[in-house]
Design a protein around this ligand. Structure first.
Ligand code: PLP
Length: 483
C-alpha cells in the first residue's frame, strides 16, 4: 500500500483559468469591510491533480461494493443500482416540496403506495414516512405515546421499560420525551427475563407508559415470550413499541402486529436497501395500530379514489416532525426495492437468517458464543477467549481490515463482554462467507500463536489506529498547509 501524500499544493499552480480582467471584487460593489485583507490559504493544484486527490480518497473508502461488510445491526446489504437510477429521475429530483398536490400526483402516489406496502409488511393500520432515520422514528413513536396518555388523561404514565440489551437510541428517544427509563434484565437465553418484567409491572403498575423492544433483539435472538409480554403490557394499559431495525429477519414470515405491537418504526436504509453509513440520509417511517392513527404527524398521504393528497386534519396529531415530506429519495429507493422483491421479500429474510446461522456454526468453535441457539439475521460472539491471550475485540476488528473485511460491530450489545456482532445479510454467497470465516479462524489462531501481529494491526491500511476520542471531541476538518 503506497502512503497517501495528502499535500499536493505547489506554489503557483492553479485549476482555474479565468481571463476576464474586469472580474475583480471591486467591480461587484461589495462593501469593503467584508473583503479579505489577506489571500486565503488554499491548496494550489491543477484541476487534474485535484480530481486525482479526491479519487484517491474515494479509493480508500470501504463499502459494500468493495467487500464483505458484516456490521451487526446495520444491515449493510447490497443496494441495487437500479434504485439509484430511478431515484435520480428528473421527475423526482426536480420537484419542489411546496408544489400543489395536483402537480405532484406521481410522487404522492409513490408515497401512498409505499405507505400501503409498509402497512402490509408490518400489519399496522397507518404509516407516516416523515422520520429521517430509525432514531427519529423512535422519537416520533415516543411522542405519540406521550400524547396518547395526555389525551387519555393518564399523565402518571411516566415510565418506559427497555431491555438491557437495547440499542442506545431507545432510552435516548424515550428520555428526550421526558420518560423515565426502567431497565428489564435479559435471562440466560438472551431474552427478556419474564419474571423480572412481571415484577416491574407489579411494582409500577399504571405508571408504565410503554415497553420498547426489538425482535429479534440485538443479540439476534427471537423473543419467544413476545406474545405474553404484549398481553401483560396491554392488560396494564401500556403500549408496546417495536424498534424495527431488525425487520430484515422476519419479513413475510411474521410481523409486529401479530406479535402484539402498537407502534413500529422501520429503518428503510437498512431493511429496504438504501446506501447508508457516514451519516445518511435515511428514512424512519412509523406505523401505528388503528387506535393511534389520529396521532401520526401530518401531513400523511391519502387517496380519495381519484387523486392523491396531503392530509392535515388528524384529530390528535403530534404535529410535524420533519420539514416537507421527509427524505423523499430514500422513499423512492425503498419502494423500488419492495416492488422488485414482491413476495420474495420472505426469501430475503430466510437467506439472511440462513447466512447468519451458517457463519455462527463455523465460528462458535473458535470464539465464545455466549448464547448458543438458532439465531435470526445476526449473532454475537465474545472475544473473551482471545482476551486471555491479551488480544481484545478491538484488535480482532482491526486485524480483519488487513484481510480486507469490514469489521463487525464491536462492544455492542453491552451485556456481552468483548462483543463481536456479526450480520452477514442475505446478499452474500457461500464463497464470501467461507472467506470471512477463514479470516476469523486465522485471527483466532494468531491470537494463540502470534498475538503481537494482531495487537499491532492493521498493518496494511492507509490509516492505522485513529484517536477516536480526540476525533470525536476535537474534530477539525479544515485544510491547513503542511510544513
Ligand atoms: C440502527 C438501529 C437504530 C437506530 O437507527 P438509525 O437509523 O441509525 O437512527 C435503533 N435500533 C437498532 C436496534 C438499530 O440497529
Amino acid at each position: 500500500m503506497t502512503k497517501l501524500i495528502f499535500e499536493k499544493s505547489i506554489d503557483g499552480m492553479t485549476g482555474v483559468s479565468v481571463k476576464d480582467e474586469n472580474l475583480s471584487v471591486e467591480n461587484y460593489g461589495f462593501n469593503p469591510k467584508f473583503l479579505r485583507k489577506e489571500k486565503p490559504v488554499l491548496p494550489q493544484v491543477s484541476e487534474l491533480e485535484a480530481m486525482r486527490h479526491f479519487k484517491e480518497l474515494s479509493d480508500m473508502n470501504f463499502c459494500v461494493e468493495s467487500g464483505f461488510y458484516p456490521l451487526g445491526s446495520c444491515t449493510m446489504k447490497y443496494n441495487p443500482k437500479v434504485n439509484e437510477y430511478l431515484a435520480s429521475l428528473d421527475g423526482f429530483t426536480q420537484l419542489h416540496p411546496l408544489q400543489q398536490d395536483e402537480d405532484v400526483q406521481g410522487a404522492l402516489e409513490l408515497m401512498y403506495k409505499l405507505q400501503e406496502a409498509l402497512k402490509e409488511i408490518t400489519g399496522m393500520s397507518a404509516v407516516t414516512l416523515q422520520g429521517s432515520a430509525g432514531a427519529h422514528g423512535e422519537l416520533c413513536g415516543m411522542m405519540i405515546v406521550k400524547h396518547y396518555f395526555k389525551v387519555n388523561n393518564e399523565p402518571q404514565r411516566k415510565k418506559v421499560i427497555i431491555p438491557d440489551s437495547a440499542h442506545g437510541t431507545n432510552p435516548a428517544s424515550a428520555g428526550m420525551c421526558g420518560f423515565e427509563i426502567v431497565k428489564v434484565n435479559s435471562n440466560e437465553k438472551g431474552q427478556v427475563d419474564l419474571t423480572h418484567l412481571k415484577e416491574l409491572f407489579e411494582q409500577y403498575k399504571d405508571e408504565i407508559a410503554a415497553i420498547m423492544m426489538t425482535n429479534p433483539n440485538t443479540l439476534g435472538i427471537f423473543e419467544e415470550s413476545v406474545s405474553e409480554i404484549s398481553k401483560i403490557a396491554h392488560k396494564n394499559g401500556s403500549l408496546l413499541y417495536y424498534d424495527g431495525a431488525n425487520l430484515n429477519a422476519i419479513m413475510g414470515i411474521t410481523n409486529p402486529k401479530i406479535m402484539g405491537f402498537d407502534i413500529v418504526h422501520l429503518n428503510l436504509h437498512k431493511t429496504f436497501a438504501t446506501p447508508h453509513g457516514g451519516g445518511g440520509p435515511g428514512a424512519g417511517p412509523v406505523g401505528v395500530v388503528e387506535k393511534l392513527k389520529d396521532y401520526l404527524p401530518v401531513p400523511v398521504v391519502d387517496f380519495d379514489g381519484t387523486k392523491y393528497f396531503r392530509k392535515y386534519d388528524l384529530k390528535n396529531t403530534i404535529g410535524k416532525i420533519k420539514e416537507f415530506q421527509g427524505n423523499f429519495g430514500v422513499l423512492v429507493k425503498a419502494y423500488c426495492y419492495i416492488l422488485m422483491k414482491g413476495k420474495s421479500l420472505k426469501n430475503v429474510s430466510e437467506d439472511a437468517v440462513l447466512n447468519a446461522n451458517y457463519l455462527k456454526e463455523i465460528l462458535k468453535h473458535y470464539f465464545d458464543l455466549p448464547y448458543d441457539c438458532t439465531c435470526m439475521h445476526e449473532f454475537v460472539l465474545s472475544g473473551n477467549r482471545q482476551k486471555e491471550k491479551g488480544v481484545h475485540t478491538l484488535e480482532i476488528a482491526k486485524r480483519l481490515m488487513d484481510y480486507k473485511f469490514h469489521p463487525p460491530t464491536v462492544y455492542f450489545p453491552l451485556i456481552v463482554p468483548e462483543a463481536l456482532m456479526i450480520e452477514p445479510t442475505e446478499s452474500e454467497n457461500k464463497q464470501r462467507l467461507d472467506e470471512f470465516a477463514e479470516a476469523m479462524i486465522k485471527i483466532a489462531k494468531e491470537a494463540e500463536s502470534d498475538p503481537q501481529s494482531v495487537l499491532e494491526a492493521p498493518h496494511n491500511t492507509p490509516v492505522k489506529r485513529v484517536d477516536e476520542t480526540n476525533a470525536a471531541r476535537h474534530l477539525d476538518l479544515r485544510y491547513k498547509p503542511e510544513g
